[in-house]
Design a protein around this ligand. Structure first.
Ligand SMILES: [Zn+2]
Length: 149
């Protein structure tokens, strides 16, 4: 039997969050945190709205998930995020001890991989899930933004 709750299913939910960011004129990055096939936190980038460079989708999702669970560790959880996390978010994920990170598009300039940010040793990583959809949304955003200026 096929499990309907797979990485693609949850990445689509993260993409819906990214779409919400897009509609607010925010760089369209979305995230959800999943535990036992259940979404316990959803968030999107709000750096413009909150005028806060730390308001990345992942940071808010970590806070919301810890809130939901009533504990700060996310060992049994998976983070789905449409873009490879930056070093700030990867660093925060270290402290959450999150079980798994699944990301969509790669961030070759400012992603945690090129920055050599250390994840928690127990955190598994999968990249490239729905990569094309995730990066298309970002590309469309920057093209539209350029045309406005
Ligand atoms: Zn980040």
């Amino acid at each position: 039997m096929i499990n309907p709750f797979d990485d693609i299913y949850f990445m689509k939910r993260a993409l819906q969050e990214a779409q919400l960011a897009f509609e607010k004129n925010e760089v369209p990055i979305g995230a959800v945190i999943v535990m036992n096939n259940q979404i316990i936190a959803r968030a999107h980038n709000l750096t413009e709205t909150l005028n806060d460079v730390t308001a990345h989708a992942e940071m808010q999702a970590f806070t919301a998930a810890a809130d939901f669970l009533g504990g700060k560790y996310l060992k049994e959880c998976t983070l789905y995020v449409t873009l490879e996390p930056c070093q700030m978010c990867a660093g925060a994920s270290y402290w959450t001890q999150i079980g798994k990170i699944v990301y969509g598009a790669s961030e070759e300039k400012r992603g945690f991989l090129v920055m050599n940010t250390t994840l928690h040793p127990k955190t598994k990583v999968i990249g490239g899930v729905l990569e094309e959809d995730c990066s298309k949304l970002l590309t469309r955003f920057f093209i539209e933004k350029r045309n406005l200026n």
